[in-house]
Design a protein around this ligand. Structure first.
Ligand code: MRU
Length: 341
């Protein structure tokens, strides 16, 4: 089996990202030399997926410290804090972004020299990045325990190496099950409107020879009804303390169908995706993206001029639709309010 790819790499004081806007047609690298380029990469989805944007933002803070190193001391600190704020606003829904920036900000102390702070920040970003890979491998191993020896798995969006630093969350469980010799087949939702399933998940699975079939999102219901899906594995962008989970638009619909037909529905996510300040999913901010994601496909207009569009990027799956949440610390089963604590 081929090694999974890495979505990002920091070397020679630059951040190198696989440009996910052009896969699978073109494999290009997007280079961030300053924090504004890291912000652009997150906002424009050069890189996407909750854990991956968290790590990109951490390196964005490192780039900012480097840029401002020669500034007068007070300006170094004020510009660095401004950069943290700007990076934290680059996308609203995934909590991993603010989680990693808060972790970086805790290392910025006014008593240290800018160079010391830069080195500390770089060390921490490398640590967050390495932890992500270890966490995913652990999630994969733990998650493999719920995958039957022979099974058809449905997944939505992209939760693989491209959505993390390497290996993936829900797709990490798939990788782990495949590597352990299980006879799995993955049904991949194309994931309109940005097609992360078709463009990214299918690409990752093909690279590693994992048996898979691509489906239109609207084909999932009949597959579930006809007993052709044994379990559903999806990721999350933010999980409230009652288990309500924000994930790619369409996840909620999938969870409703799964519930109707008693198909196990798992959320797979690191503990950095939990928002311990939220009691429920009601107040999770849902990002709304550009209408052209719906009205155009590859630059070609497919809807009438100026037609009204509603384009939320995420939805909330209620805890009551979730069989269990698979994390690096174990599998959390209902009652979530008690067990997440
Ligand atoms: O808009 P995206 O592509 O960033 O959305 C990604 C998802 O919804 C993923 O399922 C989620 O971030 C988990 S990735 C391990």
């Amino acid at each position: 089996m081929k090694d999974p790819i890495r979505s990002l790499e920091f070397k020679e004081n630059k951040l190198f990202l696989i440009d996910q806007r052009f896969l699978p047609g073109k494999f290009e690298t997007f280079v961030c030399s300053n924090f504004r380029e890291a912000e652009f990469a997150i906002a424009k989805m050069v890189i996407r997926g909750a854990p991956a944007i968290g790590v990109t933002a951490a390196y964005g803070v490192v780039l900012a410290a480097l840029e401002f190193m020669e500034f007068p001391r007070h300006k170094f600190f004020s510009e660095l804090q401004k950069a943290c704020y700007i990076l934290s606003k680059s996308r609203p829904t995934a909590v991993n972004l603010t989680w990693s920036i808060t972790r970086m900000q805790s290392l910025i102390d006014q008593d240290s020299e800018p160079k010391q702070i830069f080195e500390r920040l770089k060390f921490e970003a490398d640590k967050i990045s390495a932890e992500d890979v270890m966490t995913n491998k652990l999630i994969g191993k733990i998650g493999n325990s719920i995958v039957p020896q022979k099974s058809n798995i449905l997944t939505h969006c992209n939760t693989g190496s491209l959505a993390t630093v390497e290996y993936g969350t829900a797709l990490g469980v798939v990788r782990s099950a495949f590597a352990s010799g299980k006879a799995i087949h993955v049904f991949v939702d194309e994931t309109r409107p940005r097609l992360q399933g078709a463009k990214l998940t299918a690409w990752e699975l093909a690279q590693e020879g994992i048996p898979a079939t691509l489906i239109a999102d609207n084909a999932a219901a009949s597959l579930i009804k006809n007993n052709r899906i044994d379990l559903i594995l999806v990721g999350a962008d933010r999980i409230a303390t009652n288990g309500d989970s924000a994930n790619k638009i369409g996840t909620f619909m999938l969870s409703e169908i799964a519930k109707s037909y008693n198909t196990p529905f798992y959320i797979v996510a690191p503990t950095s995706t939990f928002d311990f300040n939220l009691g429920s999913g009601n107040s999770i901010e849902i990002e709304e993206r550009d209408p052209t994601e719906i009205t155009h496909i590859n630059g070609m207009q497919i809807a009438p001029n100026d037609f009204n569009v509603y384009n939320p990027a995420f939805d909330i799956t209620p805890a009551s639709n979730i069989t269990a949440i698979i994390t690096e610390k174990g599998i959390i089963k209902p009652p979530f309010i008690k067990n997440i604590k």
